[in-house]
Write a protein that binds this ligand. Structure first.
Ligand SMILES: [Zn+2]
Length: 71
């Protein structure tokens, strides 16, 4: 019997569920949040995406650049 790894509720065939690290969960036990990735184009040319951890959008409040750092 296929059961939710968290609450042990049976997951019958044709039941929406979550597969997570080789374990199955009912949708009541898992909070699903959207995770947005971005792709970046410069002059129409693809230059990277946020799947690569080095690429990101730095929000203004995250920007720690100080004038004079790049002497
Ligand atoms: Zn469950």
């Amino acid at each position: 019997m296929r059961k939710c790894f968290n609450c042990s509720k049976e997951l019958l065939p044709e039941t929406k569920h979550i597969e997570l690290n080789d374990e199955v969960y009912c949708i009541d036990c898992v909070e699903v949040k959207p995770f947005t990735e971005y792709q970046f184009y410069v002059s129409g040319e693809w230059r990277g995406d946020t799947y690569d951890g080095d690429n990101k959008v730095v929000e203004d409040y995250e920007d720690e650049y100080e004038v004079g750092d790049d002497v």
